[in-house]
Design a protein around this ligand. Structure first.
Ligand SMILES: NC(=O)c1ccc[n+]([C@@H]2O[C@H](COP(=O)([O-])OP(=O)(O)OC[C@H]3O[C@@H](n4cnc5c(N)ncnc54)[C@H](O)[C@@H]3O)[C@@H](O)[C@H]2O)c1
Length: 396
């Protein structure tokens, strides 16, 4: 008996000790995990504090919106799967707003309905700004199912979670691509929507789902249809840093900067025989600072049982040739330009009529100036050759 006791006691104590160590380890790991909110401020509604869920907040527009919301004293939760966004942008925001209850980052995929539902169960959101999406027209023609899944199906997941947890305010990132190629310019919110690529179609379907759902729910919904977004934070804290492998699908500003940095030999302009003044495509460029301003105004003006749709653009079309000239001036680089055949899925001319948002939200584009917006973005690009990776300084 004595013999067996003396053998079992240390064994039992060892087990208890091991269990205690494992428990402590689990708590430590849980606390380190991005989704863990030891700070219960996020899980309680607080009078006078609006808690906004920013999906896609590690991305280009979402990070700028989060910065603006935080500056305006909103409480912000960012959910992102970092598939296209940057943890570096989150770190910048966390360093700027380290105080408890200001910002939390949750790493999650919006396609995972269980995870999304759990996030809504654990957090007291007052509103959702839904930015997260894959967003390249060219890529959408190659991988349509990915686009319908990521944009349309994931919006459904968000709406179901909002309905289940009583979150009533939604600001939705839509796009002028939902209009397709209308015959009449400028595009108003009444212009019929006939999208011509899977990206535009997926966004249009998401809009339709939101509109149908909001008919029987006392939701406050603002659908913002952005035109072409350029620029970055004027104070140089954030920028646009898409994955290098997405460069081929990328937007014109990224390509201009890559050409100016010597990453690519020059610019390939697809199509110089469009029925426009100089033969190149015409677009309505809007600075990201103006765009996030529209979001804050939309959030402020969102009311229950009201769905509003707004174009967010300047109302002025600028050609690709004009854009390239502005980019040359902004970067000081002599960018080589090669004109190629048209790209399938591109439309000749797209510009907005922003009078509805001017009138109803008292919003106008105040910061958008092609050359100035590009100069600001260029400053960030120059000092962040590796995006949010290790900093680098340009020599030329
Ligand atoms: N950039 C433009 O010119 C433009 C124009 C019109 C509309 N939009 C819309 O604005 C929104 C933001 O675009 P952006 O340019 O900032 O793109 P972005 O790629 O920089 O950001 C999108 C973010 O969403 C995240 N994301 C994607 N799928 C996700 C998922 N399943 N779960 C969680 N996170 C996910 C990405 O990781 C990324 O951080 C998109 O909805 C886009 O369609 C953009």
């Amino acid at each position: 008996m004595d013999y067996s006791d003396s053998r079992h006691k240390p064994h039992f104590l060892g087990k208890v000790l091991m269990a205690a160590i494992l428990t402590a380890l689990c708590i430590f790991i849980l606390k380190q995990s991005p989704g863990f909110s030891g700070d219960s401020m996020f899980s309680r509604h607080e009078p006078g504090v609006t808690h906004v869920l920013v999906t896609g907040g590690a991305g280009y527009i979402g990070s700028h919106a989060a910065l603006r919301l935080l500056k305006e004293s909103y409480r912000v939760t960012i959910v992102d799967n970092l598939s296209r966004g940057n943890i570096g942008a989150i770190k910048v925001l966390q360093e700027l707003f380290p105080e408890p209850g200001r910002l939390q980052f949750i790493y999650a995929d919006l396609g995972d309905a269980k995870a999304v539902n759990q996030i809504f169960a654990q957090n007291a959101f007052d509103a959702v700004m839904h930015f997260a999406a894959v967003a390249y027209v060219g890529e959408s023609t190659l991988e349509p199912l990915r686009y319908y899944h990521n944009i349309t199906a994931n919006t459904l997941v968000i709406l179901e979670a909002m309905a289940a947890h009583g979150v009533k305010t939604l600001i939705y990132s839509s796009t002028c691509a939902t209009y397709g190629e209308p015959e009449k310019m400028p595009i108003t919110e009444e212009t019929p929507q006939f999208p011509i690529n899977p990206y535009g179609k997926a966004k249009k379907m998401a809009e339709d789902i939101i509109l149908d759902f909001s008919k029987n729910a006392d939701m406050a919904v603002m659908i913002l249809r952005y035109f072409n977004v350029i620029g970055s934070d004027p104070e140089g804290r954030l920028g646009e840093a898409p994955r290098p492998e997405l460069r081929e699908h990328g937007r014109i500003s990224g390509a201009c900067f890559d050409a100016a940095l010597g990453i690519i030999p020059g610019l390939k302009v697809k199509g110089a025989d469009y029925p426009t003044a100089d033969g190149t495509c015409v677009r309505d460029y809007i600075d990201v600072t103006d765009l996030v301003d529209a979001h804050v105004k939309a959030l402020d003006m969102a009311r229950p049982n009201k769905v509003s749709i707004y174009n967010v653009g300047t109302g002025k079309g600028r050609s690709v040739k004009e854009f390239v000239e502005a980019c040359k001036k902004a970067t000081g680089a002599n960018i080589k330009v090669e004109y190629l055949d048209r790209r399938p899925g591109d439309y000749a001319e797209v510009y907005s009529d922003p009078s509805k948002i001017n009138r109803e939200l008292n919003w106008t584009a105040q910061y958008t100036d092609l050359q100035e917006s590009l100069s600001i973005a260029w400053k960030w690009q120059k000092s962040h050759r590796n995006g949010y990776g290790s900093p680098s300084v340009m020599t030329a």
